[in-house]
Design a protein around this ligand. Structure first.
Ligand code: NAD
Length: 288
């Protein structure tokens, strides 16, 4: 099936910049939109740096890097960013009202047959795409962090999603180099549900004083063979985003997802993780 040549990504945070990277590397003209100019500048800077690293390591050839630079554009004008798009992926904050707002803009300005995808970590696809006039074009495309490295894109079918929309989302994900799984629309899908639970338990263990943050992460990596410890993983995801996810999962799946007080205090203190240079652990420079 045909891979999209015109892709718009809305939200230029940790995930949006990664999705824009893989879309542009796949050869699509890619527009990255965000209301915050500073986020766009930081995202573009990071994408260019990642491309250079790819070239230096011999993973991307010089011609591909050159072409990819030329395919990327950024803007604070969400409506114009969506003009003519065949695929729009929203990666804005994990809030239902904000997702509704940006998807309505996308629907009004994208190609009338465009696939309108949400990168939500956990929220109901059915409820998110209910904001669309033609919700059969809506679908969940859940990428993972860091997007250029992580192989999976989870595809989630909302109640209204047309089979053709799901097929087109799958083609797009594959063109971006991702392997796909198809998942039903239940809170947290097949991934975030487990990840949030493990991360929340790691935070609870830290709060209870079971061990230091370093030792909890080391124990889980070396004893359980996880590639990252639960606290390092929370730092990578962003504790603000993780808090939104846990609150949603607590409301839909129950008490076991209730966030800890320590978690809430980290967010209140602005210790959001890698993106602010300090979460549970400290980082030399803010990164995603
Ligand atoms: N961080 C992760 O590991 C991860 C993994 C998979 C999925 N997700 C999901 O991806 C989405 C984005 O997460 P993130 O970690 O990139 O968040 P982030 O906080 O890094 O970035 C969110 C971006 O959305 C922008 N934004 C907010 N309101 C907007 C609006 N109305 N219009 C345009 N832009 C707006 C913000 O300026 C910011 O740049 C969330 O739904 C999250 O649950 C996150």
């Amino acid at each position: 099936m045909h891979a999209p040549q015109e892709v718009t990504v809305i939200g230029a945070g940790v995930m949006g910049r990664g999705i824009a990277y893989v879309a542009a590397v796949s050869g699509a003209r890619t527009r990255l939109a965000d209301l915050d100019e500073a986020q766009l500048d930081a995202a573009l800077h990071r994408i260019h740096a990642d491309l250079e690293v790819g070239a230096d390591r011999g993973k991307l050839d010089a011609e591909l890097v050159e072409r990819t630079h030329g395919l990327l554009e950024t803007t604070t004008d969400l409506a114009s960013a969506c003009e003519g798009a065949e695929l729009v992926v929203e990666a804005v904050v994990e809030r239902m009202d904000v997702k509704h707002e940006v998807l309505r803009i996308a629907e009004a300005h994208a190609d009338p047959t465009a696939v309108l995808a949400t990168n939500t970590s956990a929220m109901s696809i059915t409820e998110i795409i209910a904001a669309l006039e033609r919700p059969e074009r809506g679908v969940g495309m859940h990428f993972f962090n860091p997007v250029p490295k992580m192989k999976l894109c989870e595809l989630i079918r909302g109640l209204q999603t047309a089979p053709e929309t799901l097929d087109r989302a799958e083609s797009a994900a594959r063109a971006m180099g991702k392997q796909t799984v198809r998942v039903e629309d239940l809170p947290g899908f097949a991934t975030s549900r487990i990840n949030a639970l493990i991360g929340n338990e790691g935070m609870r263990m830290l709060e209870e004083g079971v061990a230091s943050a370093e030792d909890i992460d080391t124990a889980v990596k070396l004893g359980l063979n996880h590639p990252m410890g639960p606290l390092e993983m929370g730092d990578l995801v962003g504790w603000d985003t993780r808090l939104d996810i846990l609150e949603y999962l607590e409301g839909t799946l129950g008490e076991r997802f209730r966030p800890t007080n320590l978690h809430r205090r980290l967010v209140a203190a602005g210790r959001l993780g890698r993106k602010t240079g300090h979460g549970v652990h400290r980082y030399d420079e803010p990164a995603g």
